[in-house]
Design a protein around this ligand. Structure first.
Ligand code: HEM
Length: 250
């Protein structure tokens, strides 16, 4: 048995996946972390406190999970939804009543959106409470603020898509509030609506923003945000009782 394991772990295919030996010494333990894209998110050495579930409450990761699930359920919703003022609402009704698991799909997308807003706000509160916004993490705080604005933007643009009365009037009210912004209000409202009032042009623009522009920016900035966590020496709790971990990577 041990010779088979030995044969497999010495094979070229195995070595192309795992470029380190069994992690029973400091060098291989470090290589496990630095050669794996997921583990690489953590520094090689971390303070035990930063690993406790009660420190971060996993709120950032929960927000990432909500984003991934929204991207998946949103892609399936696109199979059934056409962004036209004639078809949008009947398509949603058809999805709920005629498509197997259609109602589940729609509800997963809607509740996922609520969850993403909730977890990102709670994550921001946690970061503030633990003082993790202080140097050297102030840039990541700013990236976080942009992420929160984009998350709210995704919820707002998605709200119009069912093209029901609730959506229509919510967007009418929302964009008229935007138009009261003193300097560029009127221009912002016009750019969002594509005309003087909510209509087909607005639906096309909100759809484009909702399925392409905002998710692409979110994906890009979430990547930057997580990379910054890594380069700032892991979570702020790492700095508490010991100097930031030095693994030669950051
Ligand atoms: C789409 C929204 C967001 C996502 C997906 C996200 C994701 C994450 C993840 C996965 C972490 C690692 C630690 C953890 O799980 O708590 C993290 C850390 C951090 N986030 Fe966010 N975040 C988001 C929004 C925000 C917001 C709104 C802020 C603040 C305005 C923020 C500021 C930070 C900072 C400063 C850290 C480092 C925390 C530390 O060192 O303890 N993030 N974020």
């Amino acid at each position: 048995m041990s010779s088979i394991i030995n044969y497999i772990t010495k094979s070229r295919v195995w070595r192309s996946f795992f470029r380190h030996g069994w992690p029973d010494n400091p060098l291989d333990r470090s290589l496990v972390m630095t050669t794996n894209v997921f583990f690489h998110l953590h520094p090689v050495k971390v303070n035990l406190k930063s690993l406790k579930a009660t420190y971060s409450l996993g709120l950032g990761i929960l927000t990432v999970a909500a984003f991934v699930s929204l991207a998946l359920t949103g892609t399936f919703l696109m199979f059934y939804y056409v962004p036209s003022v004639e078809r949008a609402f009947p398509d949603i009704v058809k999805l709920q009543n005629n498509v197997p698991f259609g109602q589940l799909l729609r509800n997963m997308h809607r509740w996922g959106a609520h969850m993403m807003v909730l977890t990102s706000v709670l994550h921001m509160v946690r970061v503030f409470y633990t003082g993790a916004y202080k140097p050297p993490r102030e840039f990541n705080w700013v990236v976080g603020v942009v992420l929160l604005i984009l998350t709210l933007g995704a919820s707002f643009t998605g709200y119009l898509l069912p093209w029901d009365q609730l959506a229509y009037w919510a967007i009418t009210v929302g964009t008229s509030i935007a138009s009261y912004e003193p300097m560029m209000g009127a221009a912002i409202a016009k750019i969002l609506l594509g005309g003087p009032e909510v209509g087909q042009e607005s639906l096309t623009r909100f759809y484009g923003l909702h399925i392409m522009v905002i998710p692409a920016l979110l994906a890009l900035l979430i990547g930057l945000h997580m990379w910054r966590v890594r380069k700032d020496g892991g979570l702020a709790a790492n700095d508490l009782d010991q100097p930031p971990a030095d693994d030669g990577q950051s």
